[in-house]
Write a new protein. Structure first.
Length: 278
């Protein structure tokens, strides 16, 4: 039977965008989470290319509620900071931002940092944007190693980026970066939009997959499990078959959950209850 440890299920706070950090932590603890993937975004954690909020303070808030911050995801889904930006000044500030993010991850106690290759302008040639992504990750990789953090790179949807939106592209990227602190992150929505499956991902990348955004979809949208079309038990079976022991980040982003994110989390965790082994 499909199974997972409760600690593998990681709450994410995007749908708490209108609520403060303490409210989010209280709600996710009550919903049954033991693990958090913290986002580097207001109002929950303040960080930019010059500095960041005291990570130890945030870690203590989580620990006081029995929560562990196991992954840190800095802002990388918009064009505020991206590794692929063409403008030299913008790219330099972005790289400083990601280096500060790796420092913050260590202070938070997070062993993973999730990112992607959003950011290249769409009038550029593919190869130029791709090479900028490779160069940026090669620069960040030793910084990640110094802080005891592994960078997990996820694919995204085609309307978000022109590069690294499919499994073969990510496989190529990891080969070109070629560093033990840069691995793969599987996002089930981006996977579904690309017409891919968890089995294809694990057959291709195996242990290179160190993190997941494991959410329901149609395939678009990032939904509470049961509100989309993905087969939860079948997907968990694949994770079990390939021995995946990393996190299942619950990246719930659809606006329908913004008014009452706590109830959404309760429903979402309940979908996993039959599969918990502890």
């Amino acid at each position: 039977m499909a199974h997972l440890k409760r600690e593998q299920l990681a709450g994410i706070g995007i749908h708490y965008i209108y609520y403060p950090l303490d409210y989010m932590l209280d709600a996710q603890q009550k919903a049954g989470y033991r693990t958090i993937e913290l986002l580097g975004m207001a109002p929950h954690y303040l960080i930019d290319y010059k500095g960041y909020q005291d990570p130890v303070e945030i870690r203590k808030k989580a620990e006081a509620r029995g929560l562990c911050i196991a992954c840190f995801t800095p802002e990388c889904a918009s064009y505020h900071y991206t590794m692929c930006g063409a403008d030299e000044g913008f790219h330099s500030r972005s790289m400083e931002y990601f280096k500060r993010s790796l420092e913050a991850a260590e202070g938070l106690g997070a062993k993973k940092l999730l990112t992607n290759c959003i950011g290249g302008t769409w009038d550029e040639e593919y190869d130029r944007v791709y090479e900028r992504a490779v160069k940026s990750l090669r620069e960040l990789a030793p910084v990640a190693a110094d802080h005891g953090v592994t960078i997990a790179v996820e694919t995204v949807r085609p309307e978000e980026s022109r590069v690294v939106i499919t499994l073969p592209e990510l496989q190529h990227l990891l080969r070109d970066v070629d560093h033990p602190n840069v691995k793969a992150g599987l996002d089930t929505v981006a996977m579904g939009v690309a017409g891919e499956t968890p089995r294809q991902w694990f057959e291709t990348l195996g242990k290179e997959i160190v993190h997941t955004h494991f959410i329901d979809g149609r395939p678009y949208a990032h939904l509470v499990w049961g509100d989309g079309l993905f087969p939860l038990e079948r997907y968990l079976d694949v994770l079990n078959e390939f021995g995946y022991e990393g996190l299942l980040g619950q990246e719930i982003t659809d606006g329908r959950y913004f008014d009452d994110p706590a109830t959404a989390d309760v429903r979402n965790v309940a979908a996993f209850e039959p599969y918990f082994v502890d």
